[in-house]
Design a protein around this ligand. Structure first.
Ligand code: NDP
Length: 240
């Protein structure tokens, strides 16, 4: 039987493509979500992948969610921390809530889920963790001090945890996507988006499947010597 993989925010956008890519590669995949019940229902009907509703920014919900998955399907061997949000504003207008929501959902979520999965991964001597960062965590972005800080934090988190996991068969890597055609990017004004695309050497936005391909590569059993790295998938927009 395939390894059990949890994709957070796996019912829409990039997460959906990651979940489907892993399913097609033979993993037993479960997808988490939080707010959009309709999208999750549709996702499960279309893909056959079960969905689990819990808030990745809340430690106790993550603990309960992971326990439920373990008893329904099995212990999580592959964790993809993909769930994320934006709450854009320049710093002089940003509220504390905008800061906190983004840091909790994008960065603290990685702690929450890695923490509740790590002991069983250590016991089993196998684990794969992929954290989804962002080009804007590497390069910064006007109007996104909250998001850039959270995503940049993911890259440090990844390198530190990779050092702790290596001797236990656990690899920890990050992917830094460029601009990918999902609901998150469709919320960007059209004129701004045109300017962004003009700066992408590949001449297009990324597709969710471009990112999923990187995840499937990093979580493979024989990718065991690849750890602590960040794979930038951005059409050449930013070379880090
Ligand atoms: P979407 O907005 O399309 O989807 C986000 C997913 O995360 C949804 O499934 C959503 O669930 C879930 N989610 C949000 N908050 C929570 C929460 N508190 N608990 C559980 N699940 C939650 O985003 P994308 O697919 O565009 O982005 C996916 C990841 O990639 C994010 O981390 C994002 O920051 C990153 N990224 C995206 C880029 C892009 O250009 N799109 C570029 C670089 C990085 P629900 O459906 O219930 O709302």
């Amino acid at each position: 039987m395939g390894r059990v993989a949890l994709v957070t925010g796996g019912t829409r956008g990039i997460g959906r493509a990651i979940a489907v890519g892993l399913r097609d590669a033979g993993y037993r995949v479960v997808a988490n979500y939080f707010g959009n019940v309709e999208a999750a229902k549709r996702f499960t009907e279309e893909t056959g992948i079960p969905n689990y509703r819990f808030d990745v920014s809340c430690y106790s919900e993550c603990e309960a969610g992971v326990q439920k998955i373990a008893s329904d399907i099995g212990p999580i061997e592959v964790l993809v921390n993909n769930a994320g949000i934006t709450r854009d504003s320049t710093l002089h207008r940003m509220t504390y809530e905008q800061w906190e929501d983004v840091v909790q959902t994008n960065l603290t979520s990685c702690f929450n889920l890695a923490r509740v999965c790590i002991e069983s991964m250590r016991d089993r001597g196998f684990g794969r963790i992929v954290n989804i960062g962002s080009i804007n965590g590497q390069a910064g972005q006007y109007g996104q001090v909250n998001y850039a800080a959270a995503k940049s934090g993911i890259h440090g988190f990844t390198k530190a945890l990779a050092q702790e996991g290596a001797a236990k068969g656990i690899t920890v890597n990050a992917i830094a996507p460029g601009y990918v055609d999902t609901d998150m990017v469709r919320a960007v004004p059209h004129t701004v988006l045109e300017k962004i695309i003009a700066k992408i050497p590949a001449g297009r936005l990324g597709r969710a499947e471009d990112i999923a391909r990187g995840v499937t590569f990093l979580v493979a059993d024989d990718a065991d010597f690849i750890t602590g790295t960040t794979l930038s998938i951005n059409g050449g927009q930013h070379m880090y």
